[in-house]
Design a binder for this molecule. Structure first.
Ligand SMILES: O=C(O)c1cc(C(=O)O)c2c(n1)C(=O)C(=O)c1cc(C(=O)O)[nH]c1-2
Length: 255
C-alpha cells in the first residue's frame, strides 16, 4: 500500500462518518434543538446508559484478545476513563449524575431494567463484534469516535441553551469526553491506517466502521419509535414513570 492508498483509505473512513454518523438522526436534532420533552430526555438517558455501561466491557473483551503488551497498554486507559477509581468514579458515574439532574433515580438507571429491547440488541451486537472479529476490525469499529467531539460540543451547547436541568455538573460526562476521545481516536486511526495493508483489509475496516454507525443509528431509531411515535413503547420498556424521583430543579432556582 502506498502513501496515496493510505490517504484514500483515510478519506473513505471520513466519508462513512459524513454520510452515516448519528449526528444526522432526527432524534438528535430534537434533543439538541430543545424540542424533546423531559420524558424523552429521560428515555434517552436511560437507554444511552446501556451503551455507556457496555463500553468498558467491550474494551475488556478487546484486551482479552491482544497478545501485544504495547497494544494493551495503549488501550487500557479506555476502561479507566469509564470506570475510574473507587472514590471518584469515571464516565459511568458522570452519566449517572446526568440521570440525577433529569430527575431519575440513578439506581433505577443503573439497573438497566427499562432499556428498550432494540437498544440491547444493538449494543450487545457491538460487544460481540469486538469479541469475535479480527483486531483490525475491532479497532476500526471504535473510529466513530472520530466524529464524536463535534456532537459532544453541539450537545453541551444545545442542552445548556434549551433545558433548565443542564449545567456544568450535569454535562460533565461530555466535557470530559472532549479531553479523552482525541488521544483514543488518534491511536485507533493510526493503528487502522497502518494495519489495513491490503485492499481486503481496507474493505473490512470500512465495513466495521459502517457496522458501528448502524449500531449508533439503531439506538436512536429505537428511541424515536418508542418515545416520539405515540403508543409505541414496547412491553417491559420504561413507561415514563418508573425511576422518576423528582422534577428537575431549574438552574436559576438551584443557584
Ligand atoms: O455521544 C455520542 O454521540 C458518542 C458516540 C460514541 C461513538 O461514536 O461511538 C461514543 C461516545 N459518545 C462516548 O461517549 C464514548 O465514550 C464512546 C466510546 C466509544 C467506543 O466505540 O469505544 N464510542 C463512544
Amino acid at each position: 500500500m502506498t502513501a496515496t492508498d493510505k490517504q484514500a483509505f483515510h478519506a473513505r473512513l471520513l466519508e462513512i462518518g459524513k454520510e452515516r454518523y448519528h449526528d444526522k438522526h432526527p432524534f438528535h436534532a430534537m434533543l439538541h434543538g430543545g424540542r424533546c420533552t423531559i420524558s424523552q430526555v429521560r428515555a434517552w438517558v436511560i437507554n444511552r446508559y446501556y451503551y455507556q455501561s457496555r463500553i468498558p466491557m467491550k474494551d475488556a473483551a478487546f484486551l482479552s484478545r491482544c497478545d501485544d503488551p504495547d497494544l494493551r497498554r495503549a488501550w487500557r486507559s479506555r476502561i479507566e476513563d469509564h470506570d475510574g477509581g473507587t472514590e471518584e468514579g469515571g464516565g459511568i458515574r458522570r452519566w449517572l449524575r446526568l440521570a440525577e439532574a433529569v430527575g431519575l433515580d440513578p439506581d433505577y438507571v443503573a439497573s438497566t431494567r427499562g432499556v428498550l429491547p432494540s437498544t440491547r440488541f444493538a449494543v450487545d451486537a457491538y460487544v460481540a463484534f469486538v469479541r469475535e472479529r479480527p483486531l483490525l476490525e475491532a479497532v476500526a469499529s471504535s473510529l466513530t469516535e472520530l466524529f464524536a467531539p463535534k456532537i459532544h460540543s453541539e450537545r453541551i451547547a444545545g442542552l445548556l441553551e434549551h433545558y433548565t436541568f443542564a449545567d456544568e455538573a450535569a454535562l460533565a460526562y461530555f466535557r470530559q469526553r472532549l479531553n479523552e476521545a482525541p488521544s483514543d481516536v488518534e491511536f485507533g486511526l493510526a493503528y487502522v491506517l497502518d494495519h489495513a495493508d491490503t485492499r481486503e483489509k481496507q474493505d473490512a475496516g470500512a465495513a466495521a466502521l459502517t457496522f458501528k454507525t448502524d449500531v449508533l443509528w439503531s439506538q436512536l431509531d429505537a428511541l424515536y419509535s418508542a418515545y416520539v411515535t405515540p403508543g409505541r413503547v414496547p412491553p417491559g420498556a420504561w413507561d415514563g414513570r418508573e425511576g422518576v424521583v423528582r422534577e428537575p430543579v431549574a438552574r436559576e432556582a438551584a443557584e
